[in-house]
Design a binder for this molecule. Structure first.
Ligand SMILES: NC(=O)c1ccc[n+]([C@@H]2O[C@H](COP(=O)([O-])OP(=O)(O)OC[C@H]3O[C@@H](n4cnc5c(N)ncnc54)[C@H](O)[C@@H]3O)[C@@H](O)[C@H]2O)c1
Length: 262
């Protein structure tokens, strides 16, 4: 039988934002496909739970408290990973920092939060890990973006849209910069998925619009007719991390139940 092109055995992955939501699911999913996983987040309690589940899959796990916006934390994340595993093959940037308000009411401080956290943190992690991958002449980087980086939706999303549009541009640019080094850089653009972050956003929005009406409106835009479950990201993430996507780089993969196909 041929080699399993989705196999991640002996690969070392760093996943940021892995104390909950997509980051946690991706960490556990990577472990199921054989990777050792370094989980980074500001939520240490959540990290402990993710690492417990990574180890249950029979893989090595390492939890690092890391605020991706702090240079010393990012440098420490890379240093600790190198000390324990000696290499980095995969990076997933999955930190969430959603803010929303009508454009005329957005305080600039709140508007800057996704830019200063998600966009800046994604670049800082790419830069620090990219230095290792450049030396290795290989690697796969996956950035979490959103359908809202590709289309306008209204609903107070100007900051999130600008941040995710920035992540799409960053992904494409780094893909070109690092192609000569064999480093692939891609992004996943989900529609709405039932993560902890999504539940918080729904709570926020339901202060101004009835929750059921809001959910119905969201679902009506998704041809598959439902909100996604967080575990449904695993196949896409394993595909982009593994040799199965060896010729794919600079791609924004829509994980959206057909949202953008309409
Ligand atoms: N859930 C969705 O419907 C959806 C849709 C589109 C895009 N996304 C994107 O997917 C990614 C993950 O979102 P999620 O829904 O899993 O969110 P989540 O809130 O469930 O998880 C995000 C994690 O990021 C961590 N985090 C926040 N700030 C941090 C920082 N400065 N440093 C380190 N960690 C930090 C949080 O502690 C949390 O554990 C985000 O980029 C989000 O924008 C989510």
């Amino acid at each position: 039988m041929g080699r399993n092109i989705f196999d991640l055995s002996d690969r070392v992955a760093i996943v940021t934002g892995s104390a909950s939501g997509f980051g946690r699911c991706i960490s556990i999913g990577f472990a199921r496909y054989g990777a050792n996983v370094v989980c980074a987040d500001i939520n240490t309690e959540g990290l402990r739970e993710t690492i417990k589940r990574v180890k249950k899959k029979g893989q090595k796990g390492l939890a690092i408290r890391c605020d991706v916006t702090r240079q010393e934390d990012v440098d420490n994340l890379v240093a600790c990973t190198m000390e324990k595993f000696g290499t980095i093959d995969i990076l997933v940037n999955s930190v969430d920092s959603y803010t929303h308000a009508p454009p005329s009411e957005f305080s600039i401080k709140d508007w800057m939060i996704p830019i200063n956290t998600d966009l800046k943190g994604t670049f800082m992690c790419c830069q620090a890990v990219g230095r290792v991958m450049e030396k290795n002449k290989k690697g796969s980087i996956i950035n979490m973006t959103s359908i809202i980086g590709l289309i306008g939706t209204g609903r107070g999303n100007s900051a999130f849209a600008a941040c995710k549009g920035g992540i799409n541009g960053l992904t494409r640019d780094l893909a070109i910069e690092w192609a000569p080094y064999g480093i692939r850089v891609n992004a996943i653009a989900p529609c709405q998925f039932r993560t902890e972050g999504f539940n918080r956003a729904i709570e926020e929005h339901s202060k101004v619009i009835d929750r059921e009406t809001l959910l119905k409106r969201m679902i009506s835009n998704i041809p598959l007719g439902r909100i996604g479950e967080p575990e449904e990201i695993v196949g896409t993430a394993v595909y982009l991390a593994s040799d199965a996507s060896s010729m794919v780089t600079g791609h924004i993969l829509h994980l959206d139940g057909g949202y953008l196909a309409r």
